[in-house]
Design a protein around this ligand. Sequence first.
Ligand SMILES: Nc1ncnc2c1ncn2[C@@H]1O[C@H](COP(=O)(O)OP(=O)(O)O)[C@@H](O)[C@H]1O
Ligand SMILES: [Mg+2]
Length: 370
Amino acid sequence: MSDLYIGLMSGTSLDGIDAALVEFKEGNIQLIEFEYFPFTKSIIKDIQELSQPDTAVSLKKYGSIDAQLGTLFAQASNQLLNKAKVNKSQITAIGSHGQTIYHSPNSNPALSLQIGDPNIIAEQTGITTVADFRRRDIAAGGQGAPLVPAFHHAFFSNVFDLSKQNICIVNIGGIANITYLSINKTIGFDTGPGNTLMDYWIEKHLKSAYDKNGAWAKSGRVDTHLLDTLKQDAYFQLAPPKSTGKEYFSPRWLNNAINSIPHYKPEDIQSTLCQLTADTITDSIQHYAPKTDITLICGGGIHNDYLVHLIQKNLNHPVSSTEKYGIRPDHVEAIAFAWLARQTMNHLPGNLTKVTGAKSAVILGGIYPA
Ligand SMILES: Nc1ncnc2c1ncn2[C@@H]1O[C@H](COP(=O)(O)OP(=O)(O)O)[C@@H](O)[C@H]1O
Ligand SMILES: [Mg+2]
């Protein structure tokens, strides 16, 4: 029987909403339609303000952004269905990741907050909505992240023969995470910053949202002393399970290290940040997944040619885009949340305890009926 789901993803990069219409049929996962909905400058500013660790944003403003995002997620779903010419009655459920405004899995109590009111999504689409995936894993003692490795396993174990090849999937969003798939184990964790620090630095100096193709990073030279200092951060030495966010790898984290440098060229800092992302990804692969035969890259970072070049340079096995293996790099996470919603609707766990560190495999998310 075929089953249709919508997956909605808006990650820490705050670029916009990825919406995927996905069909599950006889063990196959097939993308039917995809659309990207960029955020306006004004909602980006609001979310940024709300995501400051010590934000002074009022509860009224918090509630307003939560509701506005709920409407944007609903509109994205409705427009996706229009584009696909599919009726809402055919959709089993929407899986909405929500916008992370705070991720702090190691505080006491541990917490992770995603907003974008799912009541509004269910009401304005007329489709059952599954949301708030991370907090059940956190309640079960896990990191609440990353959640995509279970989907990576479901998808790529059909593409590769894991008895013959070990696969690493690297997702480079604001934060980067890896999944290692082999015949007898799946591991996954956040390696540290993906694009977030590079995005911050180029916005600050050149007023661009991101470093197109990594051209600015490529024009500079790595400051090896700064790179070594940044790499000494305790997060990089920590054994998995581990996850992190923009509140940790923040402008403050970077500026603390830069403040001791008397003179620098901004492009050299960008080059150093690009190298930091590449090195912390490949160090993680070499340390925790040394038997990897092929690394597949997804997430917006795949478009940073210079970053991909640095990753390939550090590894002595092939590096490729997920596109070559049946799934476009910009579609992976939204499809993953369609898959996670389906797990929930089928009363199946969505977390992998070896990945998140949860005490048990649990059914993730809350269900908001149509
Ligand atoms: N052409 C490009 N060149 C360099 N970086 C890019 C390009 N396109 C997208 N990106 C990067 O990808 C990011 C968005 O990636 P995405 O996977 O959506 O992350 P998130 O899941 O955090 O939203 C952008 O912020 C930018 O840093
Ligand atoms: Mg994004």
